[in-house]
Ligand binder design. Structure first.
Ligand SMILES: [Zn+2]
Length: 214
């Protein structure tokens, strides 16, 4: 993958806001000059997403772009560490019931900052996070803790980076499991085969999304 030099970035909030406004103007102009506007108008009344993606907030993992999908195609929930909390479950229930969407993908990714923060917290117990960030770290913790405990118990020498890499997969699998069992609606639909819930990992270096086996 080619790495391109970064363009000058806005420094202040006002500059950033101007960038966003200009970007949106380009987007609107592009809409007006192509048949995208017609496609857009078709979505005014309703959406019909064919997949639900629970992904990480990481700026390098924009879901529509990496899956090359357009407006209205994906119902996307993004939260640091692609964790499962009640609001994520509620969002998925909404899409499943309202739109009849039948696929949920939990999408983790390499170099995940949220998982790294959790590993840091385990290795450095004195590390302080705000209560809100801590609530995210706490949801990732079981995946990291179990791997760390296993390595310690079996005498395996595992460094922090390897712990992060393995924890990313474990965290995806834990979110998948929590979705399968975290709600009566989702659990019933999963058990009856009406709803597919799968895990996947995006490799930031290669751009490849690898779907995890059960
Ligand atoms: Zn992440």
């Amino acid at each position: 993958m080619n790495s391109k030099p970064l363009l000058p970035r806005p420094i202040t909030g006002e500059e950033a806001l101007r960038w966003l406004k200009k970007g949106n103007q380009r987007y609107v102009k592009n809409l007006l000059e192509s048949d995208k506007l017609e496609n857009n108008l078709n979505l005014v009344e309703e959406q019909d997403p064919f997949a639900i993606i629970l992904g990480c907030s990481d700026a390098r993992v924009p879901v529509e772009i990496i899956f090359d999908q357009g407006l209205g195609d994906l119902f996307v929930i993004r939260v640091a560490g692609n964790i499962v909390a009640p609001s994520q479950i509620g969002s998925i229930e909404f899409a499943v019931e309202k739109f009849g969407t039948r696929l949920v993908v939990v999408l983790g990714h390499s170099n995940c900052g949220a998982v790294t923060a959790c590993v840091d917290a385990l290795i450095n117990p004195e590390k302080y996070y705000t209560p809100n960030l801590q609530s995210i770290v706490d949801r990732i913790r079981p995946s990291v803790y179990n791997l760390h405990e296993l390595a310690t118990a079996t005498g395996v020498d595992i460094d922090a980076q390897e712990l992060v890499d393995r924890s990313i997969s474990a965290n995806v699998r834990m979110s998948v499991s929590q979705l399968k069992h975290g709600s009566r609606l989702l659990e019933d639909m999963y058990r009856s085969g009406e709803l597919l819930i799968v895990g996947a990992e995006y490799d930031i270096t290669t751009g490849v999304v690898e779907f995890l086996e059960d």
